[in-house]
Design a protein. Structure first.
Length: 273
């Protein structure tokens, strides 16, 4: 992971907010600064900023790409909720969502929560796992703001999402004793961006650079296949080789990505309707 500084830029922030920033800084091994403009810094290259409008990842210096933040209330994520195609989406078909089938999904590589949110809009209960303290801070902030500003419909969706700050491999190998095995485990491992693809926004190129690749993706797949009740779904670039050279039961392909499905047993006709 690239070195990052943590900044609290909200003069009116309460002690809990500052404590959250301090905890994140310790987890990242990062310096904690107060009331500093990231544009005035040259080093390190990135800053995690706790401000009045939320938490964001920003490059330091001037004339840099915009910040990365999680926003479930507006923007592309909310647009997808309203106009994304519902159960006709590839991710819905891959997970197995139907009118009376709403699997409990363990999203073991939550990232910025976009796919987890889509599955929650389709009626799935989604447990999101995120091991990066930096990414967890972004996602947790997005969920908190969504809880505070959501209407009744969006509140119902957000309530289907839960977030754990934990390494997915630890969770998959020793899941909580009181919880039932997830119906479906969803994996979207982060891989290095090849070159500077025009399809990837500069902000997201920066995000990938800071977080780094999931180098244990093959082990994650093996652990997931041992735990999932019905299936494991892996999101991959469309032309990428099979993860860990494990041939899926079947796959669904789109223009730029695909879903590899590893089935353990057939989904029932009715599940958590």
């Amino acid at each position: 992971m690239v070195q990052t500084v943590v900044i609290v830029n909200d003069a009116g922030s309460n002690s809990a907010r500052r404590a959250e920033a301090a905890i994140t800084a310790r987890a990242l091994g990062a310096e904690l600064l107060l009331q500093v403009n990231p544009a005035d810094l040259q080093q390190p290259q990135f800053a995690l900023v706790f401000a009045a409008d939320g938490v964001s990842l920003q490059q330091t210096g001037r004339k840099v790409p915009g910040p990365v933040r999680v926003d479930f209330l507006a923007g592309a994520v909310n647009h997808r909720r309203l106009f994304g195609g519902g159960k006709g989406q590839m991710i819905a078909k891959a997970v197995g969502v139907q009118a009376r089938v709403k699997p409990h999904v363990l999203d073991a590589t939550a990232g910025l929560g976009r796919d987890g949110f889509v599955l929650a809009t389709l009626g799935c209960q989604v447990t999101m796992l995120e091991r990066s303290p930096l990414v967890w801070a972004l996602l947790n902030d997005g969920l908190q703001r969504a809880h505070a500003g959501a209407d009744a419909e969006l509140s119902e969706i957000i309530n289907r999402l839960s977030l754990e700050s934990v390494d997915a491999r630890d969770y998959l190998c020793t899941p909580p004793k009181k919880s039932s095995p997830p119906d479906v485990i969803y994996l979207d491992p982060m891989f290095p961006i090849r070159g500077k693809s025009a399809d990837v926004k500069k902000e997201m190129q920066a995000f990938h650079q800071v977080v780094g690749a999931d180098l244990d993706a093959a082990e994650l797949l093996a652990d997931a296949r041992a735990l999932a009740t019905y299936r494991v779904v892996v999101k991959r670039p469309r032309k990428a080789p099979d993860l860990a050279d494990m041939t899926p039961s079947y796959r669904l392909e789109g223009k730029s990505s695909r879903f590899d499905i590893y089935t353990r047993q057939k989904l029932p006709a009715e599940l958590n309707p």
